[in-house]
Design a protein around this ligand. Structure first.
Ligand SMILES: NC(=O)C1=CN([C@@H]2O[C@H](COP(=O)(O)OP(=O)(O)OC[C@H]3O[C@@H](n4cnc5c(N)ncnc54)[C@H](OP(=O)(O)O)[C@@H]3O)[C@@H](O)[C@H]2O)C=CC1
Ligand SMILES: C[C@H]1O[C@H](OP(=O)(O)OP(=O)(O)OC[C@H]2O[C@@H](n3cnc4c(=O)[nH]c(N)nc43)[C@H](O)[C@@H]2O)[C@@H](O)[C@@H](O)C1=O
Length: 335
């Protein structure tokens, strides 16, 4: 249940059904990566709640890999809160192809933003991990304590190592300097402003595009990567944004916390779901030469549910919304 869905704001207090939250409406909030799928969803959520003092920088304006530029930005702007949603992100093929870039760029971005948040006394920072950094064959569903208990999935090991380092860096600044830096672990995400690159995107947007293009071109068959057997969990990005704002408001533990739906399906089932939403009538083929990756990574979301947050968007409804966004962007930016 979105704890803020029926929120009413007055006199800087947000009245929600269960709790009264005190928020500084004029707080300076830096959303790193605000043009991305997650960052733009967080921006939409904060704007809807009346937060108007939001700091936004494109990667052209502020390359977060540049240590001096990040130090200068924090020194000049002194944000109160930071959502760290900037990263080099991609699907299984991109992770496996650009291994050095995924490791180096994500380490550089998070080291700079987390360290400068400490140096300039940011009140609270939220760092985004990812479900793919749990051990490849960890017991399911994945509990937060399973992190670092086994070998990682090789295709995205560099990215996972960077993310684990970010989580540990937030923990270390909490332990040594008392910083209120929290780490959240989202499951696979999809939604508005997703990456639809034919090869470097994640499975859900990739299949939306492939089924749409096959329907438009009247192709008899669509190829899905891998065996179709792996299982994945998918959370709509605007639900994730709601969870991030909820946790920024109410979660102050340095231990990481999973964010997901607690439900998963096979890639084969997902492909049929997307095929139906797009209205493609042809056949499916599975390309076993492509990697399956982790067999399953279902999140145990009992810790988050115990805090009172649940996702709101059902998968088929979310896929319809994402397909609508894809169509809207097709004319302007997707080539
Ligand atoms: N997508 C998913 O399925 C999942 C994502 N996550 C995490 O969520 C976060 C956001 O992911 P998502 O929104 O999907 O990613 P996107 O690729 O949609 O957005 C990433 C953003 O990071 C910014 N960025 C990248 N490199 C730099 C840089 N050098 N300097 C400044 N900004 C930079 C980009 O800015 P610009 O547009 O200005 O270039 C972009 O807006 C990441 O931490 C990711 O690991 C976690 C689990 C699943
Ligand atoms: C989100 C999280 O987790 C990511 O890992 P992943 O979940 O394995 O990423 P994926 O969405 O790319 O693949 C999911 C499954 O789907 C199959 N699959 C079928 N057909 C297509 C297809 O056309 N494209 C893609 N990408 N996968 C396909 C694919 O073979 C695989 O079995 C990390 O990269 C990392 O980014 C991370 O943070």
């Amino acid at each position: 249940m979105h704890y803020l869905r029926e929120a009413a704001c007055k006199n800087n207090l947000i009245f929600v059904r269960y709790r009264i939250l005190f928020v500084e409406k004029d707080a300076k909030i830096f959303i790193a990566g605000h043009r991305g799928m997650v960052g733009s969803a967080i921006l939409r959520k904060l704007s809807a709640l009346g937060f108007y003092n939001v700091l936004l920088q494109t990667s052209d304006e502020l390359d977060l890999r540049n240590q001096q530029a990040v130090a200068d930005f924090f020194s000049a702007q002194k944000p109160d809160y930071v959502f760290l949603a900037a990263a080099k992100v991609g699907g299984i093929l991109a992770n496996n192809r650009f291994r050095a870039d995924f490791l180096y760029e994500n380490l550089a971005i998070q080291n700079n933003v987390i360290h400068q948040s400490y140096t300039h006394r940011v009140k609270k920072l939220l760092f985004l991990g990812s479900s793919c950094i749990y051990p490849k064959l960890a017991p399911q569903p994945l509990k937060e304590e399973y992190l670092l208990t086994g070998l990682l999935e090789p295709t995205n090991e560099p990215y996972a190592i960077a993310k684990i380092a970010g989580i540990k860096l937030c923990e270390a600044y909490h332990d040594q300097y008392g910083c209120n830096f929290i780490s959240v672990m989202p499951t696979n995400l999809y939604g508005y402003n997703d990456n639809y690159h034919p090869e470097h995107s994640h499975v859900l947007p990739a299949l939306i595009r492939r089924f749409h293009e096959a329907k438009t071109a009247d192709e008899p068959e669509v190829t899905v990567w891998g065996s179709g057997a792996p299982k994945r969990e998918f959370l709509f990005a605007d639900d994730l944004a709601d969870a991030c704002v909820f946790l920024m408001e109410s979660y102050n533990d340095s231990q990481l916390i999973n964010i997901g739906t607690g439900e998963d399906l096979s890639i084969r089932e997902l492909a049929h779901l997307i095929k139906d939403v797009v209205g493609y009538k042809g056949e499916l083929a599975f390309d076993a030469s492509k990697p399956d990756g982790t067999p399953r990574k279902l999140m145990d979301v009992s810790k988050l549910h115990a805090l009172g947050w649940h996702h709101a968007t059902a998968l088929k409804s979310g896929i319809r919304l994402a397909y609508g966004d894809f169509l809207a962007r097709l004319e302007t930016e997707l080539h």
